[in-house]
Design a protein around this ligand. Structure first.
Ligand code: CTP
Length: 413
């Protein structure tokens, strides 16, 4: 998700650098807009280096060091449309007044009018300015329009006075950002091990057997888990995708490699999601040299690969394990069979022959079948949305499991 961070001219402007870092750790892509006042306190280069984006400093989208041009003149509209949230931190009394009045005399205040994204403001100023009736009214007007205001904290202020006015802690600002974006942190404390992508089973040094999995479903699961607060270990087969930031990546090529990698990291995991399309068979032998053309026909002998899910079953302990069932026919029947035959708590079943579902697309159509008998057919949605539903169901199973455990213990007592 993208956040525009408006930095305005107060001593606390330096704290915005830490804020950028922490937002990035939660996978937000941050671009910074600075007012002229802010430039007196911090150099735009600091934010450019931290974010990897140009820092907008001028009314017409000028970036530090570059004058306005035709494209930058309407940059406020482009930024307004691409962001998921506008955060102003620190917000001076002056910028609060401008936002409240709808004055648009620089890039940041124009962006506020032009965006439909949620707005979070974190004021910082002298205590008397904060308590002034004008500021109180401006804050109330912004809140009435839906802006989230992160109240400043009490403490020693840069002006030498003590009272309310110090920029709220980075933790409080982050919390408000998450609330405004409805980002949940309900997987905090969990470690999620996700497998993703296809496996490649070598025939000779240049040829291999594989399948059509792109890895997108597993990567979406990893990204969702990380954003909901989990530590994530992504065991991935060969894919063309970028590893989501903040996720620990373990690469595996064959089913054998994947089995080893899962085995090595399983002890740390509290939740396992097996989204990889693991080969069921591999060539019995890998030819050390390239197989030459010559024989009119050639037989490839295959042997079964390790069933990683079953291996996990032997070490399941209290973990919640999620398996996938990619089917081309009789979806419900096959999925129910896998649910009872495999050591899983949840099966995510999808018919890969459906339009906009399965391989190499961003959407999927799945049914979630849980061990306690619940079956939920979801409409077509993005793989990221499917990932969110999977974790909602995992958390439901965790809670019901704990309650049942509690009841059993009470019964024994
Ligand atoms: N799986 C696994 N190890 C394998 C094959 C599959 O752990 N060697 C996992 C997959 O990651 C998936 C689940 O098992 O979560 C079901 O995979 P799928 O290929 O649909 O089922 P299979 O058990 O292989 O059955 P079939 O191929 O006959 O449908």
């Amino acid at each position: 998700m993208r956040i525009a961070l408006g930095v305005t001219g107060g001593v606390a402007a330096y704290k915005a650098a830490e804020l950028v870092r922490r937002l990035q750790q939660e996978n937000f892509d941050v671009e910074v807009v600075m007012t002229r006042g802010a430039e007196q306190f911090v150099r735009p280069l600091t934010f450019a280096a931290l974010t990897g984006h140009k820092v907008i400093t001028g009314m017409f989208g000028e970036t530090s060091g570059e004058p306005a041009n035709v494209e930058s003149a309407i940059e406020h509209i482009a930024v307004a449309q691409r962001i998921d949230l506008l955060l102003v931190a620190p917000a001076t009394a002056d910028v609060l007044a401008k936002l409240a009045a709808g004055i648009a005399d620089d890039f940041l205040t124009t962006l506020y009018l032009a965006t439909k994204a949620p707005v979070v403001v974190a004021p910082a100023m002298n205590v008397n300015m904060w308590e002034h009736a004008a500021t109180r009214e401006n804050v109330a007007r912004l809140q009435a329009r839906g802006a989230h205001v992160v109240e400043p904290e009490e403490g020693y202020l840069a002006c030498g006075m003590t009272g309310a006015g110090r920029l709220a802690s980075v933790d409080s600002i982050l919390q408000t950002v998450r609330e405004a974006l409805k980002v949940r942190r309900d997987l905090a404390g969990e470690t999620v091990l996700v497998t993703a992508g296809p496996t490649c089973e070598d025939i000779d040094p240049v040829r291999y057997l594989t399948n059509r999995s792109s890895g997108r479903m597993g990567y979406a699961v990893a990204e969702a888990a990380h954003e909901r607060g989990a530590s994530v270990i992504l065991v991935t087969g060969p894919t063309a995708l970028e590893i989501p930031p903040g996720v620990e990546c373990v690469r595996a090529r064959s089913a054998e490699d994947m089995s080893r990698a899962v085995g090595q990291h399983l002890d740390r995991a509290t939740i396992v999601v097996m989204a990889a399309a693991v080969a069921d068979y591999r060539p019995t032998q890998k030819h050390p040299q390239k197989v030459k053309r010559g024989a009119p026909s050639l037989a490839l002998e295959l042997e079964m690969t390790p069933d990683i899910l079953s291996e996990i079953g032997a070490r399941k302990d209290g973990r919640i394990v999620v398996g996938f069932a990619a089917e081309t026919e009789r979806l419900a029947e096959h999925a129910r069979r896998k649910l009872s035959a495999k050591p899983v708590d949840l099966i995510v079943a999808n018919d890969v022959t459906q339009r906009d579902a399965g391989f190499d697309v961003d959407t999927n159509v799945v049914t979630l079948l849980s061990r306690d008998g619940r079956e939920k057919a979801l409409p077509r949605m993005t793989k990221r949305e499917v990932a969110e539903h999977i974790f909602d169901e995992v958390l439901r199973l965790k809670t019901t499991g704990k309650k049942a455990h509690g009841r059993a213990k009470a019964g024994q007592a």
